[in-house]
Design a protein around this ligand. Structure first.
Ligand SMILES: Cc1cc2nc3c(=O)[nH]c(=O)nc-3n(C[C@H](O)[C@H](O)[C@H](O)COP(=O)(O)OP(=O)(O)OC[C@H]3O[C@@H](n4cnc5c(N)ncnc54)[C@H](O)[C@@H]3O)c2cc1C
Length: 542
């Protein structure tokens, strides 16, 4: 019998496992479907895309996306200790402070930026030192890139020449402008949530971590979660929790597991003959993500990340943990508003000093650089639904990118800005042929077609178990599942609105706050809801 069972050792699960097991009298079990984070490519920053479509990756695909020429988009997600933080691009961005104020306004007291800044700081060890916005001494190392590529520096200069401001810190007063990204690395290596939070706690006798343990359902007694059933090797096993079951399986895994367990839209569950424990219509809804479009230029000088494959680069990395192998690929970027009336930037740029197409799965043997707009304030909303009642089947993902036409409009404006930056003087000596989309692609209609043909995920799905108190909310502002007891969701799925930026730091912040809520260190703010219909069988085991 454990006090807490946590499902999923990703960004959020690693934080919770650490924080909850700080008290030696509390017994914690952490279940992870993937294996240990031992692969070399996890730790060498530039190699992250080599982890795609390996056993460390769930390798999801969306359904055919109607606005994207019916393409089925590949969605990598980490299936390994550290979860997606073990395969991500390591960019440290918190999002815009106004995003969190909006979360609070939507009926989530305690979730404004002022409430959350202490949690961002608590998790952080900022190598630049402490400030009003940054913390030191926290578990997660945040630093400047060790070996920024000259192309990345030229990109920032080019953006300034195109009329934008420079920004040395996107996580301080203002998000707007261009600069080099800070990264979650330590000593030239990835610093995943597992590195930062889980491995330092692994020796605690009150924390048990089980890998290759695929949770298949929450066990209930009436409306109380009392344990988890899971596949472990060839066997099916169960473990019980006296206090809480906490789902940290991510924006795809958590809604899937809730629905498999009978918590979700009743009519949908009945299609799969799943007994309804709690009819919660919002489970799997409100899927929000950041779609991204890339422009790629041939590079005339031999300075790109193609050099990372050289023997000299390997030796430099092995001896000094420096050089191009420390690159996180997305080295530089920026945030802009394309509409003057927008309260926060709608477009983020990511610049990579190399050829980055189709998630890095498509390569060329030539120097190049890639960058483009990512939509960080999407209006389009998608969903996660079940494909079957088999826990080992992937759920259905419908991202619905560009189903709201305002999203494609904003991306087209972003492509125009990208072109302007690409043609600024600072990039002139590097810039060769525009490989994608190519000089013949001009004007709004052509840019729209290009975006439909080329858009991919920037890997930030959130929102599918959203926090709130409206009819589609899944958890309350203390992250407790509405209508249930002893059951919380703590991961990117609880975000009511996707933050305007990369989502790892925000997810870690969510888990830091959840740890306090669970331990009663922060009372939270009670919000009641009356619209939950629940049915409570004695014990549902699946
Ligand atoms: C390729 C890629 C690049 C990215 N780049 C960046 C970046 O540069 N900066 C940034 O801020 N963000 C980035 N992100 C996004 C960021 O990493 C995620 O938003 C964040 O890690 C989400 O954390 P999570 O805890 O919600 O989910 P995850 O970290 O995905 O963790 C979920 C965990 O649950 C496990 N799990 C799922 N289902 C089950 C089950 N049934 N039983 C047991 N275990 C289960 C999974 O295996 C996984 O370990 C990137 C993501 C990806 C995939």
């Amino acid at each position: 019998m454990y006090d807490y069972i946590i499902v999923g050792a990703g960004s959020a699960g690693c934080v919770l496992a650490n924080r909850l097991s700080e008290d030696p009298s509390i017994k914690v079990l952490l279940l992870e479907a993937g294996g240990p984070d031992s692969r070399r490519e996890i730790h060498i920053p530039v190699a992250f895309s080599k982890l795609f479509q390996t056993p460390c990756d769930w390798s999801y695909y969306t359904d055919a996306e109607q606005q994207l020429e019916n393409r089925k988009l590949y969605w990598p997600r980490g299936k390994v200790l550290g979860g997606s933080s073990s395969i991500n691009a390591m960019i440290y961005i918190r999002g815009n402070c106004k995003d969190y104020d909006r979360w609070a306004e939507l009926g989530n007291p305690g979730w404004s930026f002022a409430d959350l800044l202490p949690y961002f700081k608590r998790s952080e060890n900022q190598e630049r030192g402490p400030s009003e916005y940054h913390g030191v001494g926290g578990p997660l190392n945040v630093c400047d890139p060790r070996c920024a590529n000259p192309l990345s520096e030229a990109f920032v200069q080019a953006a300034i020449e195109a009329g934008f401001t420079g920004n040395p810190d996107f996580n301080a007063e203002s998000q707007e402008g261009f600069g080099l990204y800070q990264v979650t690395q330590r000593n030239g290596q990835r610093h995943s949530a597992a590195d930062a939070f889980l491995h330092p706690a692994a020796g605690r006798p009150n924390l048990k971590v089980m890998t290759t343990a695929h949770a298949s359902g929450v066990l209930f007694e009436r409306n109380r979660a009392v344990g988890i059933s899971f596949h472990y090797g060839e066997n099916s096993r169960q473990e019980r929790a006296s206090r809480e079951v906490i789902l940290c399986a991510g924006a795809i895994g958590s809604p899937q597991l809730l629905m498999l367990s009978g918590v979700g839209p009743g009519s949908h569950l009945k299609q799969f003959s799943i007994p309804v424990v709690c009819d919660l219509p919002g489970v799997g809804k409100n899927l929000q993500d950041h779609p991204s479009v890339g422009l790629i230029y041939q590079c005339l000088l031999p300075v790109s990340l193609l050099n990372a494959t050289r023997l000299s680069s390997t030796l430099r990395y092995l001896c000094f943990k420096n050089g191009p192998l420390t690159s996180n690929v997305g080295e530089a970027g920026g945030f802009i508003k394309v509409s003057s009336s927008s309260p926060t930037p709608e477009i983020q740029f990511h610049f990579g000093p190399g050829y980055f197409k189709s998630h890095g799965l498509e390569t060329i043997n030539d120097h190049a650089f890639s960058f483009g707009p990512t939509l960080v304030r999407p209006y389009s909303v998608g969903s996660i639904t079940l494909r079957s009642s088999n826990p080992l089947d992937s759920p259905r993902i419908q991202a619905n990118y560009f189903s709201d036409s305002r999203d494609l409009d904003a991306v087209v404006e972003g492509i125009k800005v990208a072109r302007a930056i690409g043609h600024s003087p600072a990039l002139a000596r590097y810039r060769g042929k525009e490989l994608h989309p190519g000089d013949d692609v001009q004007g709004d209609v052509a840019f729209r077609d290009y975006a439909r043909k080329i858009t991919e995920t920037l890997y930030h799905p959130v929102g599918t178990c959203k926090m709130g108190n409206d009819a589609e909310a899944v958890v309350d502002s203390q992250l407790r599942v509405h209508g249930m007891e002893g059951l919380r969701v703590v991961d990117a799925s609880i975000m009511p609105i996707v933050p305007g930026g990369n989502t790892n730091a925000p997810t870690i912040m969510v888990a830091e706050k959840a740890a306090d809520l669970i331990q009663g260190k922060e009372s939270g703010h009670q919000v009641t809801r009356s619209s939950v219909h629940r049915k409570t069988p004695d014990l549902v085991t699946r």
